[in-house]
Ligand binder design. Structure first.
Ligand SMILES: [Zn+2]
Length: 107
């Protein structure tokens, strides 16, 4: 799915409704670490609804409740970073080990 299309997706009414359903089903609890996600105004991480199978590769599962789950922002960012690294071929340094990429990713 192209970047523009995905932007539109996240703004769509249908997604907003689906997202709310997922938040209610999971009770605003991060399915990874169990943190309660009620947003910054409560001094808690913001909830994010994650597509377990990525939207990019599985657009037909965009609104599939079983493919959606609540993650807190830290867990979601971690997951996104891991996905990105997983896709990219690791660069091998002269010592034969992959070059550390994490340090370049802003937290
Ligand atoms: Zn979490």
């Amino acid at each position: 799915m192209a970047e523009k299309v995905r932007e539109g997706f996240y703004l769509s009414k249908r997604w907003k409704e689906t997202r709310l359903k997922v938040l209610r089903r999971d009770r605003y609890i991060c399915q990874q670490c169990g943190a309660k996600c009620l947003g910054k105004s409560k001094g808690l991480p913001a909830p994010q609804v994650d597509h377990e199978l990525e939207l990019k590769t599985h657009p037909h599962l965009a609104y599939e409740m079983s493919n959606l789950r609540v993650l807190c922002k830290p867990c979601h960012s971690k997951r996104t970073i891991l996905d990105t690294i997983g896709r990219a071929k690791p660069e091998i340094g002269i010592d034969g080990f992959p070059v550390e990429e994490l340090q370049h990713i802003p937290s």
